[in-house]
Write a protein that binds this ligand. Structure first.
Ligand code: ATP
Ligand code: MG
Length: 419
């Protein structure tokens, strides 16, 4: 789905983890995790923990258990309504760390049943192919037939019943059949996941989330590299409309698709803006406000035990996002400031925003905390010493204390209603 997933790296071991259901099994791949050597177990444990949390609403339907040989099973213990099944699929698809998965049909271990279910599986995709190959493997060697017997029998049944031709070198459609312990898996099409690393495996960060297009994408990308995100939004209500906060809540809700629940801090900055407007050079307004934002972010990070701040800055995108200005902003904090979008093209950022579903929310009209406050000719090449001199004119410590006292905290849940 995303160009930064590692789907095509053939050298990675393609270990599989299984979600077992009444008649269907999801086979999940997580390739990049296998680069992790000894730490693999920690990554997989975190991934399964995240998946369990995201699927908590469906826990009456699911039974998570570890199987022999390092495999992991999530068994569906009772019939699941179709729409809930779709939601489960979506949640798995959007879980960082999962590169892709198959929805496999489950059969017994007789040639008759394997053949019947294989034809039914191929039939579902029959509009999309003319030639096919059967790739059969026995993990359970005790069965009284060989892999070759399976391939031959299933191959001729598909040829006869669906009128398709066998092509072992360049087939349009590959059907995989794996005979495991006391059941067989039949699967074909991979459903791409978003890849990356499980949320939480890289630690915690505070994401500075405006209502714009960029910061939700930056936040998603940070999550997808294993950071557990707490969001911080700065607003200028009542100078701006309260709807601008609702919009950010909608963005955060969308981002819960990836992380699961997200804590959001909503911080008023109108008084800070007024103090900046009153006491400092208008050309530096935005930089000075961003400095305060980063310092507040740092305070929240201490509270949350987070080790970095994430922003949606992108080099040269607007006049204020120059190297000089980013430096003059970042200087206010000793924290690591991560800017996932810094060298990305706007086109790529917009495409990603559309893929993750934040774009349509971001383009809803709103007045943001900064647009009201933007001077006619903002500084594009700020000199750090001058910025510091102007910053010193503010009573930053008490402005920050005040803002923190009026800060609201909420937890946005990813839960949806079971249908
Ligand atoms: P975005 O599309 O994310 O709003 P932008 O291109 O409009 O970004 P700026 O307005 O310069 O760029 O903001 C740069 C970054 O500063 C944002 O991506 C965001 O991380 C942070 N930021 C700006 N305004 C706010 C706000 N009101 N609340 C939280 N963070 C903000
Ligand atoms: Mg913006």
């Amino acid at each position: 789905m995303f160009s930064f997933s590692l789907q095509n790296l053939a050298y990675l071991r393609n270990k599989i983890y299984l979600i077992k259901m009444t008649d269907k099994i999801l086979i999940i791949n997580f390739e990049e995790i296998y680069l992790k050597g000894k730490n693999q177990r920690i990554f997989i444990k975190q991934l399964i923990r995240n998946l369990k949390r995201k699927l908590a609403n469906y826990k009456n339907y699911l039974n998570f258990s570890k199987a022999h040989g390092g495999s992991y099973f999530i068994e569906i213990v009772k019939e699941i309504p179709g729409e809930s099944f779709e939601k489960i699929i979506d949640k798995i698809k959007n879980t960082p760390g999962i590169t892709g998965f198959y929805v496999a049909d489950k059969a017994g271990v007789t040639l008759e049943e394997i053949t019947e279910k294989s034809v039914a599986h191929a039939k579902r995709y029959s509009d999309g192919f003319d030639s096919f190959a059967v790739i059969a493997k026995r993990i359970n060697k005790a069965v009284p037939f060989s892999s070759m017997d399976i391939a031959r029998r299933v191959g001729s049944a598909i040829h006869e019943k669906l009128n398709k031709k066998v092509d072992l070198t360049h087939p349009d459609f590959k059907l995989y059949i794996k005979v495991r312990g006391d059941y067989t898996l039949i699967y074909s099409k991979i459903i791409p996941g978003i890849g990356g690393l499980p949320v939480g495996t890289s630690g915690k960060a505070i994401a500075m989330l405006s209502g714009g297009i960029d910061s939700p994408v930056a936040t998603f990308m940070a999550m997808n590299r294993g950071l557990h995100i707490t969001a911080a939004h700065f607003h200028s209500v009542p100078k701006t409309s309260p709807q601008s906060i609702d919009k950010v809540k909608m963005l955060v809700k969308k981002l819960t698709d990836f992380q699961g629940q997200i804590k959001l801090y909503v911080i008023p900055v109108l008084e800070i803006q007024q103090a900046i407007a009153k006491h400092t050079d208008p050309r530096l307004r935005l930089i000075l406000l961003r400095r305060v934002m980063l310092q507040i972010g740092e305070r929240l990070a201490t509270e949350e035990k987070a080790k970095a701040l994430v922003t949606g800055d992108s080099l040269g995108q607007v006049a204020s996002q120059t190297l000089e200005n980013m430096k003059a902003t970042e200087d206010a904090t000793g924290m690591l400031v991560i800017r996932p979008l810094v060298t990305l093209d706007k086109k790529f950022i917009i495409e990603t925003a559309k893929k993750i579903g934040t774009f349509d929310i971001s383009i809803l009209p709103h007045d943001d905390a900064c647009s009201l406050f933007t001077p006619k000719s903002p500084e594009t090449k700020a000199r750090l010493d001058y910025v510091k001199e102007q910053y010193a004119k503010l009573d930053v410590a008490s402005l920050i204390e005040n803002a923190l006292q009026k800060t609201e905290t909420m937890v946005i849940s990813d839960a949806d209603n079971i249908v």
